[in-house]
Design a protein around this ligand. Structure first.
Ligand SMILES: Nc1nc2c(ncn2[C@@H]2O[C@H](COP(=O)(O)OP(=O)(O)O)[C@@H](O)[C@H]2O)c(=O)[nH]1
Ligand SMILES: [Mg+2]
Length: 213
């Protein structure tokens, strides 16, 4: 179970109340609890995930560590030291809360100062999509913001368990592709007869075209 190839470290960021802890609970154990306690400082979650990087490749096993940070102003000083350890970011607002959307730039600014590399691996999450009757941020507006930061974008509902796994997997798969060695079954180059045979190659596959080391 523990033979994972790498550890991917993600941070949840966003205003208090947007649903970070609820999203994390869904990701971790599929549950939703309307009376989830406010996060004090930092919560930590770990999960082993199998991801498919290419159709020809076997699933690759990674360990995903997610820190759920408290959005509350009074905890921000504690949280700063954790920003540095994240390799990727899940930046959350609620589609019915304009302040949480406007504050996305604040959170990005925090990371820019402490850990700018992590901004290359980011997904913007518009949560509480089930509250569409009270929507104040359109899907297009959220997507536009994400595009302007080269980030993935997804609208989710922790309450209805919608699109959470898909969103996080999108980010993890992209990061795994950057971190892990590429699959050895890449068939993009099929050798021709004129190709030189690799002398260090001890076996060929059944079609005699690919070297098996
Ligand atoms: N309607 C709705 N409520 C949600 C959703 N996600 C979280 N909530 C509620 O929003 C409140 C704050 O959620 P919480 O996960 O503690 O937010 P956090 O402060 O960002 O960690 C709680 O009452 C949750 O039940 C959602 O997708 N839809
Ligand atoms: Mg919380």
């Amino acid at each position: 179970m523990n033979n994972y190839e790498t550890v991917i470290k993600l941070l949840f960021l966003g205003n208090a109340g947007v649903g970070k802890s609820s999203l994390l609970a869904r990701w971790q154990n599929e549950s939703f609890n309307t009376s989830i306690p406010s996060t004090i400082g930092i919560d930590f979650n770990s999960k082993i995930v199998d991801i498919t990087m290419a159709s020809c490749d076997k699933p690759r096993r990674v360990k995903v560590n997610i820190w759920d940070t408290a959005g509350q102003e009074r905890f921000r000083s504690i949280v700063y030291s954790y920003y540095r350890s994240g390799q990727g970011l899940i930046l959350v607002y609620a589609i019915n809360d304009i302040c949480s959307f406007l504050n996305l730039s604040y959170w990005i600014g925090c990371i820019e100062k402490t850990n700018p590399e992590a901004l290359n691996n980011m997904i913007i999450v518009g949560n509480k999509a089930d509250k569409y009757l009270h929507r104040v941020i359109s899907y297009e507006k959220g997507k536009e913001f994400a595009d302007s930061h080269n980030a993935f974008f997804v609208e989710t509902s922790a309450m209805e368990n919608d699109k959470i796994k898909e969103g996080i997997l999108l980010l993890i798969t992209k990061m795994a592709k950057d971190i892990l060695p590429q699959p050895i079954c890449d068939n993009t180059h099929i050798p021709t007869e004129s190709d030189t045979v690799d002398v260090n190659c001890s076996f060929f596959d059944t079609h005699g075209v690919r070297c098996i080391i």
